[in-house]
Design a protein around this ligand. Structure first.
Ligand SMILES: CC(C)(COP(=O)(O)OP(=O)(O)OC[C@H]1O[C@@H](n2cnc3c(N)ncnc32)[C@H](O)[C@@H]1OP(=O)(O)O)[C@@H](O)C(=O)NCCC(=O)NCCS
Length: 186
């Protein structure tokens, strides 16, 4: 029953829990006009997830306007698939996949990125995004070796390390994970 003026006021956390449990995230393809919100979510996720790995200087140096412009151009180009998850008109997660960029591609398809706002970890929205962007196909990806939550998520989604390693542009070690078989769609 909805609260009335004479009802006890619900505690704010009760109200928040009620909202988050009843409004599922919607996942859809991003359009060029979504580029700014898509990028804002992406950057917010970097700040939440990579404070230690990247450090303050790298995070403070991000040019969000330039990144949003690049994102818009990439969505318009259409080579890669850009998906977003939104709830209550807020973008809460993003995912990008496209042709493998590796010299020795273990699969045709590469997951370039999947990022979800920390408040939505463990809600299932990441699984929905991954399913939408990969459509259950075999794929490979690069993940920081020191990113245990992401690695555990990928293992749950059928990916295993194939032994390949590299450093990113700033020298942080990444490992490659591969899903060789197609998996059933959600
Ligand atoms: C990676 C990401 C999309 C996964 O989404 P998620 O909602 O957190 O994933 P889930 O909660 O379904 O799965 C995470 C798993 O990691 C486990 N986990 C959490 N912290 C862990 C840790 N420190 N060490 C090992 N496993 C951990 C959880 O228990 C869970 O496994 P389980 O379902 O078997 O219990 C999300 O965490 C994210 O956006 N992270 C920041 C960005 C990022 O790292 N992206 C990947 C770039 S390659």
């Amino acid at each position: 029953m909805f609260p009335t003026l004479s009802s006890p006021t619900p505690r704010s956390d009760e109200f928040e829990v009620g909202v988050s449990m009843t409004v599922p995230a919607a996942v859809r393809e991003a359009l060029p006009q979504d580029a700014e919100a898509f990028n804002a979510c992406h950057v917010a996720c970097w700040r939440e997830a990579y404070a230690t790995l990247w450090g303050a200087d790298r995070l403070d140096g991000l040019d969000e306007a330039a990144l949003a412009g690049t994102r818009r151009a990439e969505i318009e180009r259409g080579t890669a698939r850009h998906m977003l998850a939104e709830r209550d008109s807020e973008v809460i997660g993003v995912a990008i996949a496209g042709p493998s960029r590796d010299d020795d591609p273990p699969t045709d398809l590469e997951l370039y990125a999947i990022y979800v706002r920390a408040a939505h970890y463990g809600t299932g929205v990441s699984t929905k995004l991954l399913d939408a962007v990969l459509e259950g196909k075999p794929a490979s990806l690069w993940v920081y070796r020191d990113n245990p939550r992401a690695s555990a998520f990928y293992v749950n989604q059928g990916f295993i390390p194939d032994g390949a390693e590299r450093n990113d542009a700033t020298g942080i070690l990444e490992i490659r994970m591969v899903r060789k078989q197609a998996v059933p769609r959600l």
